[in-house]
Write a protein that binds this ligand. Structure first.
Ligand code: FAD
Length: 116
């Protein structure tokens, strides 16, 4: 890709954005309050409208209408977000990620200890 001090292209923007979103999921409470559930739903809706890649935003808004945010617990939101990311992976011909592993990838680190 281009040098890191150039404006973000779609790939760099995407990687950075998924890092932010999955890390928000990793910090999301196991038992969120009604207000925390409302915040995450509003955030995802606003994110889908403000995301600075027009086709990406259009498709993501359509995805949110088909499969509205599920945020009753950390596990539920993490799985919902993983499914949403896989929908983009599928569209782009990228490998489908095993959502059973999202917490190791984004919260705890891998069981083999390589992130410790
Ligand atoms: P990314 O897809 O950026 O993933 C980063 C890392 O996340 C991976 O290396 C892997 O470790 C992990 N990961 C992969 N899949 C999952 C998953 N399902 N759950 C959890 N972790 C996972 N690009 C376009 O060209 N067209 C689009 O329409 C488009 N729409 C997008 C919509 C949104 C909301 C976002 C945030 C990004 C979008 N992108 C789009 C960008 C695209 O998804 C990638 O971020 C970009 O192509 C860079 O891909 P990458 O191979 O580096 O890995």
């Amino acid at each position: 890709g281009p040098p890191a001090d150039c404006p973000a292209d779609v790939e760099t923007l995407g990687r950075s954005s998924w890092t932010l979103l999955h890390t928000i999921a990793a910090q999301y409470p196991e038992t969120p309050s009604a207000g925390q559930q409302s915040d995450i739903k509003q955030f995802m809706g606003l994110f889908s409208r403000l995301y600075p890649c027009w086709v990406c935003a259009e498709d993501f808004q359509a995805y949110l209408r088909r499969d509205p945010v599920r945020a009753g617990s950390r596990g539920e939101f993490g799985k919902w977000l993983c499914d949403a990311h896989n929908d983009v992976n599928k569209k782009l011909g990228k490998p489908i990620f095993d959502c059973g592993l999202w917490e190791q990838r984004w919260r705890t680190g891998w069981k083999d200890g390589r992130c410790d």
